[in-house]
Design a protein around this ligand. Structure first.
Ligand SMILES: [Zn+2]
Length: 439
């Protein structure tokens, strides 16, 4: 039961300032994730208004070509994660394929909602398509999948509103990802008010409103079957980053009153694209992915902080390939694919956040450890940051493969020190962002 496992996993993946599990079904439900596998799918392959784009003047399209193989790609699953104003739909494919995205305006006369459909060309459906998958989360009404023609699989998304969309492809395994932004349905501050925890947290430092940071999604890298890098004595990156993320979450909630959501709060596997989707669906103000570096050289050491952008730096490309679980070549291909779309929606803010965090880490850890090697703020193409709608960074907190750094990071005192440093960096970023707004 893959879908059940996945739901459970995400149900566990939230740590909030309040103890209430906000992923639970019921009126408190804000995010919904589902997965279509075999035996689940769509009623009609072709939506009435979407049979051909030439028949609808309102249709707009975009498409990307990725060289196809000799054999047909098969669509093996459709997953989605959505909130009231955002949805990410992920289509699992057995190999690369060409695709086109078409957008159809609402047609009240025909009773048709705004729709987006994605044609995957040279593809076969490998899941049953009998019934539409109802979602009804406020933005995404339902998902329909069908074999449109011998050669084309069509995925139709019936929406309630449609503001913007962005489609991209990630390899290893191949998945086509579409991010859709709907119209804002309600005043955000009103929504925040409604979701407020009944017992106010103890706030020692500045209030979140004073920093303009209401909610942060923390992403402890790897987990479950993916241990990340392994260090001396068998310590795993996934365990250290989880521990640091949990400590940081508690501190941010307790001392700044910030709502914190973890992409995983135990040793479970979460796909990279789902982590970003959680940050977007949660409408977080910041997204921080926490990792530890690795090298074949035991001498490699230091701190480096990344934001999302194309790079020609070989070491950064290799690091991104490792963190993405893919090859160096695939990173190059993705750089090409992303080059004509918004790569980092909050580039300036992400750079600023990266510098504040990194500066705080280097300063603070140097005081505690003595000389810390400053590897700098860098850019690279990390899948986990692609499509993030808020300032987002990935921190490489020392080298797990360095005996001194790896052992230090597995100790409680050292983890607490790095949590302090990250906390200060977030606070400094919040203050600087706020100051910039008043200029
Ligand atoms: Zn990592």
């Amino acid at each position: 039961m893959k879908s059940k496992r996945f739901l459970t996993l995400l149900a566990l993946a939230t740590l909030s300032a309040s103890a209430a599990p906000r992923w639970a079904r019921g009126d408190g439900q804000r995010l919904q994730l589902a997965q279509m596998q075999r035996n689940e799918v769509a009623k009609e392959a072709i939506p009435p208004g979407a049979s051909a784009r030439s028949q609808d003047a309102s249709a707009s399209e975009d498409g990307k070509t990725i060289s196809g193989g000799a054999n047909k790609a098969r669509l093996t699953g459709v997953r989605f994660l959505s909130s009231k104003t955002y949805t990410r739909v992920m289509m699992d494919l057995t190999q690369e394929a060409r695709f086109e995205t078409h957008r159809l305006k609402e047609d009240p006369a025909k009773g048709l909602p705004p729709r987006i459909y994605i044609d995957i060309i040279g593809a076969r459906l490998a899941i049953d398509s009998k019934e539409a998958i109802p979602v009804q989360d406020g933005l995404l009404r339902q998902v329909r999948v069908g074999q449109f023609s011998l050669d084309v699989v069509r995925v139709v998304l019936d929406m309630t509103s449609l503001r913007s969309h962005n489609t991209f492809f990630l390899p290893d395994p191949y998945r086509l990802v579409i991010d859709i932004q709907g119209q804002e349905t309600a005043d955000r501050s009103a929504a925040v008010e409604r979701n407020k925890t009944p017992t106010p947290p103890v706030i020692k430092g500045p209030k979140p409103a004073a920093l303009g940071i209401r909610k942060i999604v923390l992403d402890p890298g790897h987990g479950g079957k993916d241990p990340g890098a392994i260090g001396a004595g068998g310590i795993a990156e996934k365990d250290i980053v989880l521990s640091v993320a949990q400590k940081l979450a508690r501190k941010l909630a307790k001392e700044m009153g910030i709502e914190v959501v973890l992409t995983r709060k135990n040793d479970s596997f979460v796909r990279l694209e789902d982590r970003t989707a959680i940050a977007n669906a949660e409408d977080a103000d910041l997204f921080l992915s926490l990792h530890m570096n690795a090298s074949t050289s035991g001498d490699a050491k230091g701190l480096e902080t990344y934001y999302l952008d194309n790079t020609s730096d070989e070491a950064s490309i290799r690091l991104a390939a490792r963190e993405n679980g893919t090859s160096r070549k695939n990173i190059s291909d993705l750089q090409f694919i992303l080059s004509d779309m918004t790569q980092n929606m909050k580039l300036e803010d992400s750079i600023s956040l990266a510098h504040r965090l990194h500066g705080s880490l280097v300063d603070s850890m140097s005081k505690k450890l003595g000389a810390v090697k400053d590897l700098g703020v860098k850019k690279a193409l990390f899948y986990v940051l692609v499509g993030a709608r808020m300032p987002s960074v990935l921190v490489e907190m020392f080298f797990i493969t360095n005996k001194i750094e790896g052992q230090a990071m597995s100790r409680e005192t050292y983890q607490n020190a790095i949590v302090e440093a990250l906390y200060d960096g977030i606070q400094k970023y919040g203050e600087s962002a706020l100051a910039a707004k008043t200029l």
